[in-house]
Design a protein around this ligand. Sequence first.
Ligand code: GLA
Length: 401
Amino acid sequence: MMKSNMNIEIIDNLKRNFREVYGRHYEGAYFAPGRVNLIGEHTDYNGGHVFPCALPAGTYGMIAPRGDQQLRFYSLNLPESGVVSVELGDLSPGRTEAWTAYPEGVFWAAQKEGFAIPFGADILFAGDLPGGSGLSSSASIEVLTGLMIQQTYSLEDLTMERIARIGQMGENTYCGMQCGIMDQFASAMGKEGHAIYLDTDTMEYEYVPLDLKERELIITNSKVKHSLVSSAYNDRRRECATALADIQKIPAFAEVKSLCSINEEAFEQYKEQILDPVCRARAEHVVKEEARTEKAVSALRKNDIETFGKLMNESHISLRDRYQVSCPEIDFLTELAWQIPGVLGSRITGGGFGGCTISIVETESAEAFMGRIRGEYEKRFHIRPEFYRAWPWEGAKKLDV
Ligand code: GLA
């Protein structure tokens, strides 16, 4: 990931291909970033806090309005899918399993939410995020589509926060992935140099400077993508809902709205009320992850990166053992990272079941860190990992090109 995030090569490719694919000029060019979550995992659909930041890499798109009702989509990353065309009136959940479910879902959700989309458009996408790696390439497509809709149809009421919501709604309904709001929010609302401390219950948020001084964030891509990610993710959601329903049977907790509003003490006292041990373990992760996230953010505010790193490690252990969203490759990467001098913390990031780890590493140890991980991971799994030296970037925007 380059320091100025404008990927000129992608922009030039988009310009050239727009003409070739659609035989006309684009009207607007846009970018929406991916994200990495530092801590607060699987808390966003449990009314808790998350702490992601947007990345310099993401998805670029160009659009030109049409005079009819057709939407046409094409991705330079997936040329084998060709141009996908659909009438605005034919958009409906379950219509397609192709990648276009992501942008289609956003058009569908925007209309459902009452935003007028009176004519179609030709849209071309290309991205520099590794797809399926847990860095939210899908959320970046959704937010990008939302921003294109806002601009192309002059929808002033479609704020960036609503774009995030509509992106999530599209993914939940049109793609069947019951994700929370974190990824879309980070992509829409990112701020350079800052992570976002978001309360998913109230949707209040705060930008916290991520000044790591002589350390940096390194993302390690395991290149492992497990199948059935969305069904396993939806299972976790259901298990959390069951745990909450059991807790709500206790009269004093009847009004409790979410797992994250239960504190650790109360959880310890009443956890046996959650009958199924699997659901109990899931809830224990959520309750403790929420507490960890609060502690981590206050440590960061005091420049206590050591404590932040330790909490990242604890988060990983909990995701591995209680929430069971890790996998052997990711465990290998994190557990090896913990042994490498200069590593302050390392954990799985995002939804899980493969994807990436995020580590905080002393800058002077960064090369040694990547060299050792590359060597040992390749030896053990015969996969060459990828590394991205990441820094917090700004949210989706119109490009001046
Ligand atoms: C995925 C989802 C998010 C969030 C994370 C886990 O990235 O899209 O909403 O639930 O998993 O923290």
